[in-house]
Ligand binder design. Sequence first.
Ligand code: MF3
Ligand code: CO
Ligand code: CO
Length: 318
Amino acid sequence: MAKRSRRKLRARAIDAVPPSEPPMRPGIIGLSRTVPGTIAKPPYAESGDPGPSVTSPVRTADEIAAMRNTGAVAAEVLMIAGESVRPGITTDEIDAVVHEATLNRGAYPSPLNYRGFRKSVCTSVNEVICHGIPDDRPLDDGDIINIDVTVFKDGVHGDNSCMFVVGETDEHSQKLVNETYVAMMAGIKTVRNGSKVNDIGRAIERHARSHNLGVVREFIGHGVGTEFHTSLQIPHYYDPRANQEIRTGMSFTVEPMLTLGDPSLYLWEDEWTALTQDGRRSAQFEHTLIATDDGFELMTVTSDGSFAAQMYDGVAVG
Ligand code: MF3
Ligand code: CO
Ligand code: CO
């Protein structure tokens, strides 16, 4: 009985948020951008097939040093991409910005031909949850966009993403964006040698629930290092089976996707673009980090410690 009335309350809160208008539609996708032969490419760059994951969840000291550098490049490129966000810019133009900024730093844009992905970055607008393919759609005032930048340099990947608001947006969307950042950080802050993988999802889910936001279950954080995605899985919800202990030197992403409504999703025919079924908006942030003896170290920060999502540090929560 108590259960049923709680569900009613929750349903009412969701109904108060309208679907995003106008709905997102597939656009025209331009040609893949080219990478000069002087840039070192990851093994899948030619075939599109990364093969099975074979690497350990723990990085060597040399790999961690490389990940600091590569992570800083990923953070810089994401900030540059964010500065390009304005009404009228197309997501393909953002792809060009990311591609050029990545090559200029001697790095390879990891999404390019990863499992056949045709562009150099993922751009996910409004009700697109993740893996949006840059196309000819211009950004509109009030849109929210996730830009997900991954770069490969010195044999390792750095993977990070951030939400950007185009001009000003509505109250629901702004709250979604702010609280998704807080949820990511709540998950990250559980990490230390000896903590459990599912402490991360527990903290994220608790924060999402306290703001009546949904948590996407189909896409999860992942181990990252010499491989873009290792077999280590980081759910963003509480999964009792994800009780693996986190150890110093483990490297992975935390990248929760939170929704204003039901987090159920579907894919476009491109087999990449994931959207909410109910058309309500979704937000995501992502960092690559390494677990340490007493906490964590963010890899996706510049050498002076800055990163795009810093603008959400200290956002009013409540
Ligand atoms: N960067 C995404 C992640 O966070 C993966 C994108 S795969 C791509 O894991 F092929 F779409 F680029
Ligand atoms: Co990732
Ligand atoms: Co990513």
